[in-house]
Design a protein around this ligand. Structure first.
Ligand code: GLC
Ligand code: GLC
Length: 636
C-alpha cells in the first residue's frame, strides 16, 4: 500500500466533515486544518499499522477526526502554551509531585500553597491522579472510574480549572496523569461489560479459557504478586477472567480494538482541555499484549504512543507526554522521542544513585549512564531521587556482568541493605511486593529514611545525622545538576521520615508504598522552616542548591558527558555545549578522597570555582572531596 497516497486520499474523504462543522472561531478551523494536514499522515500510518485489518477502520478514523475537531474548537487557551516550545530545557525548571489531599487537603487549599511552591522554585507541578475512583483502595487514584470528573473529595472540575489558571498566572505548569493502560472496575465501560454488553466487553481482555490464562501467565511478569498470583482476576458477572496487570480492580484496556483507541483519546483530549501542560503516560509499557511474549514494550506499544502523540500535535500542540516506563534501560529509552514521549522519568539514574550509596562504589552508575543517558536532542529526562512508588533495581544485567556484578545477587543485597537487614546499613526502608516464587522485591521509604536520617535521629547519633544529611544533599545535588527537569517528591523537600500510619488503615495496610505517602501537617512545614531541626537543615540545603541551579544557565540546555574519575567511589560528569561549562564531582563514600586535577581540564580555564562551597579550586592539584561531598566546578 502506498501509505502517503492513501493517507491523503483518506484525509480528502474526511475533510468535508471538518468543513461542514459549525466552528465557533474562524481561526480555529484553519488552524485545525493546518495541524491535520501536517500530522494526519503519522496518525494514519500508526492506525493502519495497528488496525489495517479491521474492515471498519474508516468509520473509526472519521469519528476520531470529528472528535478532535470538537475538542480543538472547545479549547479555552488555558496553558502557558505560547511561550517557548522548548521551555522544558531551561535551568529554571523544577518539578514536584504531590497528592492533592496529602499535600494540602483539597484543590482549593492547594491553591493556597502556591506561594510555598513558588518560593521553593517550582515551575512544574504534578498532581497525582485526582479523578473519580473507587472508595477504599483505588491504588492511590490509579484506578480511574471517570476521567471527566474530579474526585469530589478533592473538589470540583471548576476547582481544577481555577487551580490551573492560578498556577499559570504564577508561572507554573500543570502535569496530570493519563492512566490509560487500565480503568477501574467501576468505570462505566467496565460496568457495561459486567452488565453483559458485548461491545464493552470488547473494551477489556476477557478470557473464559483457563488454559489460555495459564499460557499468558507463564510469560507475563507479575507486578503485584502479593495482591494475587498471575495477571488475571476471575469476575463472576462476566463469567470470565479479566486481564489485571496491577490490582484486581484495575482492568487492562484492550487496545487491539480500535474503538478503545478512539474512546480513550476522547478522554485524553478532555484532560488536555483542563489546562494541563504535560500528560504523564502511566504504565505505558503494558498497553499491548501478544501471546508468547512478556506483553511489555511490544513494538505496537510504540505505534500506539505515536498515534496518541499525533492526536496531541493536531489537537493540543503545546502538550507534552512524559513516559512512565520503569523497565529495562534500553526499553525506557525507546519511548523517548519527539514523535512519542518528549519527557521521561529516569529510573536508571535514580536506582543507581541509591545503588552507589549502598555500595560506596560508582562503577555501575558510571558505566550504565555512559551507555544510556544520551537521548534525542530536543527530549529531556525527568530526573528524580524518590517518587510515590517503590524503588525497583533496574539496570542492564549485561553491563553489571561486565563489571563482575551478578545482577540477581546484587538486587537481593540492595533489598537487604535498604530494608535495614544488612548489617551496618543506614537505611530504614520497607519491602514491597516480595515474590515468593523468585525472591524478587522492591523497596519503599522516604528520601530521608532511606538515606539514614531516621535511624540516626532515633539513635541520637550526631555523627550519623551529619552523614545522613550529607547523603541527602549528595542525591539532591546530582538530581539538580544532570541535564533534564529535576523532580522532587512531596515531603522530601521537608525532610519527612517514613510514616507507618498506613498500617492502621485496612485499605492501605497491604501496600507499603504508603510509607512514603505521608499526609503533610502544618507542623511538617513549620519544622522545615526551623534551622535547629534536621528537617530544617534538609530543606535549607535543598533551597540553596535550587537557587544555584536556577541562577546559572549552565544547568539549562547543555548536554551531560559522563567522566572517568579513576577513583572507585567517585562519580563525575561535565555539562557541555553552552559557552559556560560545568564539572560535577561527587564522593559516594563516608571517607574523603582525591581525584586528579586534570578532570577539570574540560573547563579550559585556570581559574575554577565550586558553586556549592564558593571556594576556588586549584587545577594543578588533586581535588579533595570530603565525605559525600559534591562540587559544582565552573569557570570563575
Ligand atoms: C504506575 C503508578 C503506580 C500504579 C501503577 C498502576 O506505575 O506510578 O503508582 O500503581 O502505575 O496504575
Ligand atoms: C512496576 C512497573 C511500574 C509500576 C510499579 C508500581 O515497577 O513496571 O510501571 O510503576 O511496578 O509499583
Amino acid at each position: 500500500m502506498d501509505r502517503v497516497f492513501e493517507a491523503q486520499k483518506t484525509l480528502d474523504r474526511l475533510m468535508p466533515a471538518v468543513n461542514a462543522k459549525r466552528w465557533k472561531g474562524k481561526s480555529a478551523k484553519s488552524e485545525f486544518k493546518a495541524n491535520l494536514e501536517q500530522h494526519f499522515p503519522a496518525l494514519f500510518n500508526a492506525l493502519v499499522e495497528l488496525y489495517g485489518h479491521h474492515y471498519d477502520l474508516h468509520f473509526h478514523l472519521d469519528r476520531l477526526v470529528r472528535q478532535m475537531a470538537a475538542h480543538f474548537d472547545n479549547q479555552q487557551g488555558h496553558s502557558l502554551a505560547d511561550t517557548d516550545p522548548f521551555w522544558y530545557q531551561s535551568e529554571k525548571n523544577l518539578g514536584i509531585a504531590v497528592y492533592v489531599d496529602l499535600f494540602a487537603g483539597d484543590l482549593m487549599k492547594l491553591k493556597e500553597r502556591i506561594p510555598y511552591l513558588k518560593e521553593l522554585g517550582i515551575s512544574y507541578l504534578h498532581l497525582m491522579p485526582l479523578y473519580l475512583a473507587p472508595e477504599g483502595d483505588s491504588d492511590g487514584g490509579y484506578a480511574v472510574s471517570d476521567y471527566r470528573q474530579v474526585n469530589p473529595k478533592l473538589g470540583t472540575n471548576d476547582d481544577l480549572k481555577a487551580l490551573a489558571d492560578a498556577l499559570h498566572a504564577a508561572g507554573m505548569r500543570l502535569v496530570l496523569d493519563f492512566v490509560f493502560n487500565h480503568t477501574s472496575d467501576e468505570h462505566r465501560w467496565a460496568e457495561a461489560a459486567k452488565a453483559g454488553d458485548k461491545r464493552y466487553q470488547d473494551y477489556y481482555y476477557l478470557l473464559s479459557d483457563e488454559n489460555e490464562v495459564a499460557e499468558y501467565n507463564t510469560t507475563v511478569r507479575e507486578i503485584f504478586p502479593t495482591v494475587r498470583r498471575g495477571s488475571f482476576t476471575w469476575v463472576n458477572e462476566v463469567d470470565a477472567w479479566v486481564w489485571t496487570t496491577f490490582n484486581s480492580f484495575q482492568w487492562d484496556l484492550n487496545y487491539s480494538n480500535p474503538e478503545v483507541f478512539v474512546a480513550i483519546t476522547d478522554e485524553m483530549l478532555h484532560l488536555a482541555s483542563l489546562g494541563c501542560d504535560v500528560l504523564r503516560l502511566d504504565a505505558l509499557a503494558f498497553i499491548w499484549k501478544q501471546k508468547g511474549t512478556m506483553c511489555e514494550s511490544l513494538p505496537e506499544a510504540h505505534t500506539l504512543i505515536k498515534a496518541f502523540n499525533a492526536c496531541l500535535r493536531i489537537c493540543a500542540p503545546h502538550l507534552l507526554f512524559k513516559s512512565e516506563a520503569i523497565v529495562h534501560p534500553d526499553e525506557v529509552n525507546k519511548y523517548i522521542g519527539l514523535d512519542e514521549c518528549q519527557l521521561s522519568y529516569n529510573p536508571l539514574m535514580m536506582a543507581l544513585m541509591w545503588e552507589s550509596l549502598a555500595t560506596r562504589e560508582t562503577k555501575l552508575l558510571t558505566a550504565s549512564l555512559k551507555r544510556s543517558f544520551q537521548i534525542p536532542q530536543q527530549t529531556r529526562w525527568v530526573n528524580y531521587v524518590r517518587c510515590h512508588d517503590d524503588i525497583g533495581w533496574t539496570w542492564d544485567d549485561n553491563v553489571a556482568g561486565q563489571l563482575g556484578i551478578n545482577g540477581y545477587d546484587h538486587r537481593l543485597f540492595l533489598n537487604r541493605f535498604y530494608t535495614g537487614q544488612f548489617e551496618g546499613s543506614f537505611a530504614r526502608g520497607v519491602p514491597f511486593q516480595q515474590n515468593p516464587a523468585n525472591g524478587d522485591c522492591r523497596v519503599c521509604g522516604t528520601l530521608a529514611s532511606l538515606a539514614g536520617l531516621e535511624l540516626a535521629v532515633e539513635q541520637a547519633d550526631t555523627a550519623a545525622i551529619e552523614l545522613a544529611l550529607a547523603r541527602i544533599k549528595l542525591l539532591n545535588s546530582l538530581n539538580l545538576s544532570m541535564t533534564g527537569i529535576p523532580l522532587l517528591y512531596q515531603g522530601d523537600d521537608l525532610g519527612v521520615l517514613n510514616d507507618p500510619s498506613y498500617l492502621d488503615d485496612p485499605h492501605k495496610r497491604d501496600d507499603a508504598r504508603w510509607v512514603n505517602r505521608k499526609a503533610l501537617s502544618e507542623q511538617d512545614f513549620e519544622r522545615a522552616e526551623n534551622l535547629q531541626t534536621v528537617q530544617g537543615r534538609v530543606s535549607d540545603s535543598l533551597k540553596q542548591l535550587i537557587e544555584l541551579r536556577q541562577s546559572n544557565p549552565v544547568f539549562g540546555s547543555s548536554q551531560t558527558e559522563i567522566l572517568e574519575t579513576y577513583n572507585p567511589h567517585a562519580f563525575a560528569f561535565a555539562r557541555i555545549g553552552n559557552p559556560q561549562r560545568l564539572v560535577v564531582l561527587a564522593n559516594f563514600s563516608e571517607h574523603s578522597l582525591e581525584i586528579p586535577g586534570s578532570i577539570l581540564d574540560i573547563l579550559a580555564s585556570d581559574s575554577v570555582n565550586d558553586l556549592i562551597s564558593g571556594r576556588a579550586l586549584v587545577k594543578s592539584e588533586p581535588v579533595t572531596l570530603a565525605a559525600y561531598q559534591v562540587i559544582w566546578a565552573v569557570t570563575a
